[in-house]
Design a protein around this ligand. Sequence first.
Ligand code: AMP
Length: 414
Amino acid sequence: MEEEILPDYESSEDENPTNGDNKVATSTTAVHESGFADFLLKNEILRAIADCGFEHPSAVQHECIPAALLGTDLICQAKSGMGKTAVFVLSILHLIEKEGKGIVALVITHTRELAYQILEEFNRFTKYLPHLKAKVVYGGVPIQQDKKDFAESMPQILIGTPGRVLHLANEKIVSFSNVKYFILDECDQMLEELKMRKDIQEIFKFTPHTKQVMMFSATLSDDVRAVCKRFMHNPREIYINDKAKLTLDGLQQFYVNLTEEQKTRKLISLLDVLEFNQVVIFVSSVDRAQVLNELLINEKFPSIATHSKLKQEQRIDQYKNFKKFGARILVSTNMYGRGVDFERVNVVFNYDMPHNEVTYLHRVGRAGRFGTKGIAISFVSSDEDREVMENVRKQFVVKLPELPDELDCSTYMT
Ligand code: AMP
């Protein structure tokens, strides 16, 4: 491992100036007219794409897949829910060689549920590539179990959360010396949080000097972008839509002014009148998630709750249950604020307003994914909430008006 390529976080000012040619900002329409066949992907992958019902690449796929296939390091910022996962899943599956020994691709993300979701994406697209195996690792599973799994069969693709991936490397349970593709999904979340950033730096040191690094998020501040670049060589930076246009086109956003005491009654009355396929309700703490969920169940709403205090298997079970439409309402902490993809969610509530505009943007992006319609309703009950709302309006140039008395359901039901 050569020292000079190690990420170093001491000086943040003097970044490698990015070659202007390497920066692409585009506001192409959500779905591109070209076909996946234009990427010249392996036939086995094209067949799996067809089985998934994907007709055309989305804008992010159109811009990023060709760059990824060329082996370029990549920073990609694009709206949430527009198919970023398939960018790295399809590219890796195309690039990975048949005879690849040991772990060739390493994908790291911040929550267990998102890691599991990415595994499922790899599984979907390896349907006709049975020799390629992916495995997911995260905390909460006994390390002995992982050890046993690796001893039985070594995958070429490993997806995991930072802590467990580092643990496996430190304990020499797996080797990352053959890694050719290093991916961070929701990279800003991980690089902003000190503990995760440290873990990622450590993991990075276990991988070879020469590899392709790709990072993805809907939100990337200038500071984090500079940090991302420290892991890369002359990366191509792709921005689909500029920062101001990051909210989803099919998503309507409203606020309701009320007191803390009025929140539950208002929520229930809205759940009674709104048409919904599935709803996610965000609250600010584990306790509030549990209490609100029980309250909704008492009121005969088909609700479940998920949060970090559930046992590991319960967390993934809740994820699977909601994904397959086993419940219509999910009460969650911020744990589901990013990345997780529930196709049928068309209503999001911020029962408790998040603390900043970035978290707001990710949360509301759970509805209106991939060109569908949706509605996000935020309860505003304090000056701090109002300030966040103002920042959302400013940063993302959205109107965010007060919720009207009546809403035409065709505007938020696909
Ligand atoms: P992601 O942003 O990666 O979480 O993807 C959001 C949703 O869009 C997922 O349900 C994907 O299966 C779906 N999706 C991704 N790419 C396409 C595509 N080209 N056509 C149709 N659906 C897609």
